[in-house]
Design a protein around this ligand. Structure first.
Ligand code: 5GP
Ligand code: MN
Length: 335
C-alpha cells in the first residue's frame, strides 16, 4: 500500500468510482462514504456508494442515502459496478472480510483500491494506496483530511459537512473520547463555517427513535445486565426473543453498550446480542484495558483499544460462559 498523497493527482481525472464501507454501516462508515461521494461528484467523477448490507433507519435522513446501493438486495448490479469501476474506496474498515459477501468481488477487482481507515492491523497488501491511522477520531476526519490535503477545501459545502459531522460526532461519543483532538475541533469549526446545522444532525441521529426502543432499553437495563464488580466489568445480553418481543431493528441496539460504562468504577462493558447467524459482541472500555486485543484473542473480532466488536458461533449461553471464564485472566488489568 502506497501513501495516499501519491493518489491525490488521480482525483483530477474524472473516473468511475465505487465507495464502500463495513457491513451494517454506522454513522462514521455511512458519513465518510457519503461525504466522499458528494466531494467526488463535485470533482466530476461518476461515483456510487455500495453498502455491503442494510443500515440503521436513523441514517436515512442523510443527503444522498437514497442513491446508496445495498449489495445484498442488488447483487448483480453491485458486482457489475465493482467489476467495471476504475477506483474503489474502502472506508472505515481494513480487512476485506468485514464487507461480508462483498469480499469476493472486491478481492477479484483489479482496479485501483484506496483505503481510508482508523482501525488497527490493516490488510495492507489488499490496497494500492491508502492511509491507516489509529490516532484519528473517525474516518470522516480522514475524508476531511483528503479534501483539504488534495487542495480542494473550496469544495466543502453544507452537504459534505453534514455527512462528515455525523461520523466525527458518533465515533467520538459526541466529542468526549480521547481521540477528540484539537484538530478535530478545528475541523468542526470549518464544517460550521459552511453553514451546517449541527443541532439538526444530533436530533436526526439521537432523537429520532420510536417508543419501543426506549422501552426495550429500560427492559434490558433491568433484566439483562449483570455487574461483575470483582472485574470492574458489566455484561449485558439480549436474546432473540427480546429482539422479537420489542420489534428491534438494525440500529436500535446502537449505543446500548455505552450504558454499562456509566456505572461508577466500571472499566469494561460487554454486550452480546443473539443475532440469527451469530452471537455478536460489542466491547467498550475506559483507560488502558485494550478491548481490541481482547476481541481478537477470544471472539474473532477487533476494532480499537476502547471500542471493539467480535462474534461467536456458539449459542448465547455458551458464549456468555466463555466470557466469564476468559475474563478471569484479566482480573489484574481490570483492578
Ligand atoms: P460495535 O461494537 O459498535 O459494533 O463496533 C465497535 C468497533 O469495533 C467498531 O470500530 C467496529 O468497526 C469494530 N468491530 C466490530 N465488530 C468487529 C469485528 O467482528 N471484527 C473487527 N475486526 N472489528 C469489529
Ligand atoms: Mn469509524
Amino acid at each position: 500500500m502506497q501513501p495516499i498523497d501519491l493518489f491525490y493527482p488521480q482525483l483530477n481525472t474524472p473516473a468511475r468510482v465505487v465507495i464502500t464501507m463495513h457491513q451494517k454501516p454506522d454513522g462514521d462508515a455511512m458519513g465518510s462514504a457519503l461525504g466522499l461521494y458528494h466531494f467526488l461528484v463535485a470533482m466530476g467523477h461518476d461515483a456510487t456508494v455500495i453498502s455491503p448490507t442494510n443500515w440503521a433507519d436513523f441514517l436515512n435522513w442523510m443527503p444522498g442515502i437514497d442513491k446508496v446501493v445495498d449489495f445484498e438486495k442488488n447483487k448483480e448490479r453491485s458486482k457489475t459496478l465493482i467489476a467495471e469501476t476504475n477506483i474503489i474506496f474502502c472506508l472505515d474498515f481494513n480487512i476485506l472480510h468485514r464487507t461480508k459477501h462483498m469480499e469476493l468481488p472486491l478481492t477479484a477487482a483489479t482496479c485501483t483500491k484506496v483505503l481510508i481507515d482508523h482501525h488497527q492491523q490493516p490488510q495492507e497488501e489488499a490496497f494500492t494506496y491508502g492511509i491507516s491511522d489509529t490516532g484519528k477520531s473517525s474516518t470522516c476526519e480522514m475524508v476531511y483530511d483528503l479534501i483539504v490535503g488534495s487542495g480542494h477545501m473550496a469544495l466543502l459545502n453544507t452537504v459534505i459537512a453534514e455527512c462528515l459531522y455525523t461520523g466525527v460526532m458518533t465515533d467520538t461519543g459526541s466529542f468526549r473520547f480521547p481521540a477528540t483532538t484539537a484538530s478535530v475541533h478545528r475541523m468542526v469549526a470549518q464544517l460550521k463555517e459552511t453553514g451546517m446545522d449541527h443541532t439538526k444532525v444530533h436530533d436526526n441521529i439521537y432523537d429520532n427513535f420510536l417508543e419501543n426502543r426506549l422501552r426495550f432499553i429500560g427492559y434490558a437495563l433491568v433484566n439483562r445486565m449483570e455487574v461483575l464488580y470483582e472485574y470492574n466489568t458489566a455484561l449485558m445480553y439480549i436474546t432473540r426473543a427480546d429482539l422479537q418481543k420489542h420489534d428491534i431493528k438494525t440500529g436500535d441496539t446502537e449505543g446500548l453498550v455505552n450504558y454499562l460504562l456509566s456505572i461508577q468504577g466500571i472499566k469494561f462493558g460487554a454486550l452480546v446480542i443473539d443475532r440469527d447467524e451469530e452471537r455478536k459482541w460489542s466491547f467498550r472500555s475506559k483507560g488502558d484495558f485494550d478491548v481490541n486485543t481482547f476481541a481478537r484473542n477470544h471472539f474473532e473480532g477487533g476494532g480499537h483499544k476502547n471500542a471493539a466488536g467480535g462474534r461467536s458461533s456458539d449459542g448465547l449461553e455458551t458464549t456468555i460462559k466463555k466470557f466469564k471464564e476468559v475474563i478471569k485472566e484479566y482480573q489484574n488489568q481490570l483492578q
